[in-house]
Each structure stands twice: as structure tokens, then as C-alpha cells.
Design a binder for this molecule. Sequence first.
Ligand SMILES: [Zn+2]
Length: 106
Amino acid sequence: MLKLHVKKGDKVLVLAGKDSGKKGKILRVFPKKGRVVVEGISMMKKHTRPTQNNPQGGIVEREGTIQVSNVQLICPSCNTATRVGNRETGKGKVRVCRKCKQDLDK
Ligand SMILES: [Zn+2]
């Protein structure tokens, strides 16, 4: 399986597209497609039919997917957009921040 450098719940910086420079939290990842959904990023309007929950129907805004290569992880320790490294723990690999060397996965 393709391994992404980000995962659900990560805070990321968007590097390209109309939301370039914005920050948001990863809501969903699609490892096979190499795409992610980031909170508040790449919003698109979607027309919906009336449902029980939304009797009016109409237009809702929701996040579209973006290329995972267009986001960079923001390290929770040093609060900077950073590249992700890996560290072998003996039990497996953990992601580490290339800048402050802190573990990204707690
Ligand atoms: Zn860091």
C-alpha cells in the first residue's frame, strides 16, 4: 500500500492551488489516489436533493480532495511546516519532524 506522509488529524499547510498558504486539518486520506481532504480547503459547491435532514435541499459547500504532494505537514512541536522523516523504534517506524526531531506520532 502506498504510504502517505500525512494522516487523518494532521495539521497541514497547503502549498499549491487556490488555497495556497492556508492551513487546515486533514479530514480524510485516500492513499490509493494520493489525495487528501483538508478542513476548509478546496471548498466546492454541491447541489443536493431535499432529504429528511435537509428538507430544503439546495447547495451545500464541502471540501474537495487535493493532491497529497500539495500539502506539507505542520509539526505540532515546533509549529513549522516541515518534511517528515522516519525513525526506527524496534517495534516499527514512527514519523519524526526533520526540523526539531520530535516524534510526530504520540
Ligand atoms: Zn518540529
